[in-house]
Design a protein. Structure first.
Length: 282
């Protein structure tokens, strides 16, 4: 009888152990493994889809800062804080107004507690190995904070060309001159063309007729009565051609003559502005 009771007790103990093990393998309170969360690099990739990164710097707190331009040519700064926060700052190129967008990465810490209900009547056997409790994930959210970039403006200036250098031609109004063949009186060798112009004759032939007949106040008895006798300068060593002022109907003819050139230097104006290392201007 004692043997039968011992066998029954052993069967009950073994059955209780198997039932406890099967319960341990089930999730406690219906907790499941959480899905993966977005990383800092993935957030940065999403924020820089429309941004052309030009430089990477580090601020005074050791946080990495990406600097670039978006498709509208606005200045963009993306800062990755060590606490898992990503801040995107957009500076409008026209107004200088700043817009900030802060994203905080949720960190996950797996901690799951499992409890196993023990029966007061069940005892463990030395050979029984208890399973380690499954871990349970508990999500904690880092509070969102907003950091403000402090501009450090530096004064700058540049010269802007207003008008390029140029040369101005200088003109003066003078009586028109023309090279003509010379004719001289055969008696006194007076320049017939020059005297005809001076005394207002219509041409030098008319002057010589009056001159040779003593009718012009410049009597020339050597040629009196020999009206149209004129000589070229080659006959007595005088010039054969000279520059004479031009007349039309007894009136002088004028023209503009270039007498020189005046140089004008280029004209500039100075533009001033203030600029920050982030690209902001004012």
């Amino acid at each position: 009888m004692k043997k039968i009771l011992a066998i029954l007790l052993t069967v009950i103990v073994i059955a209780t152990i198997f039932i406890g093990c099967s319960k341990e393998s089930e999730p406690v309170n219906g907790t499941t493994e959480p899905s993966s969360v977005e990383t800092v690099d993935e957030i940065v990739d999403n924020l820089t889809e429309d941004v052309s990164i030009e430089d990477t710097t580090t601020d005074e707190d050791g946080n990495e800062v990406l600097v670039g331009k978006d498709t509208d040519d606005n200045t963009v700064e993306i800062k990755k804080d060590k606490d898992g926060k990503v801040t995107k700052t957009v500076t409008d190129k026209e107004t200088g107004k700043k817009t900030e967008q802060t994203t905080t990465v949720s960190t996950t810490k797996k901690s799951e507690t499992a409890t196993k209900k023990k029966s007061e009547e069940t005892t463990k056997k030395p050979e029984t190995t208890a399973k380690k409790p499954a871990s349970q994930t508990q999500s904690t959210t880092v509070p969102k904070t907003t950091s403000t970039h402090t501009h450090k403006f530096v004064k700058k200036s540049k010269q802007v060309l207003v008008k390029a250098a140029w040369d101005e031609d200088i003109y003066e109004t003078k009586q028109k001159m023309e090279e003509m063949q010379c004719f001289y009186c055969s008696g006194c060798h007076v320049d017939c063309i020059a005297e005809a112009n001076r005394l207002g004759y219509s041409n030098y032939q008319e002057f010589h007729v009056s001159h040779s007949m003593g009718m012009d106040g410049l009597s020339c008895p050597q040629t009196y009565g020999n009206g149209y006798q004129m000589l070229l300068g080659t006959s007595f060593g005088a010039p054969t051609s000279k520059m004479y002022p031009v007349y039309e109907n007894g009136k002088p003819v004028y023209e503009k003559v270039k007498t020189g050139t005046k140089h004008h230097d280029a004209e500039y104006r100075t533009e001033y502005w203030e600029e920050c290392s982030c690209g902001a201007k004012r």
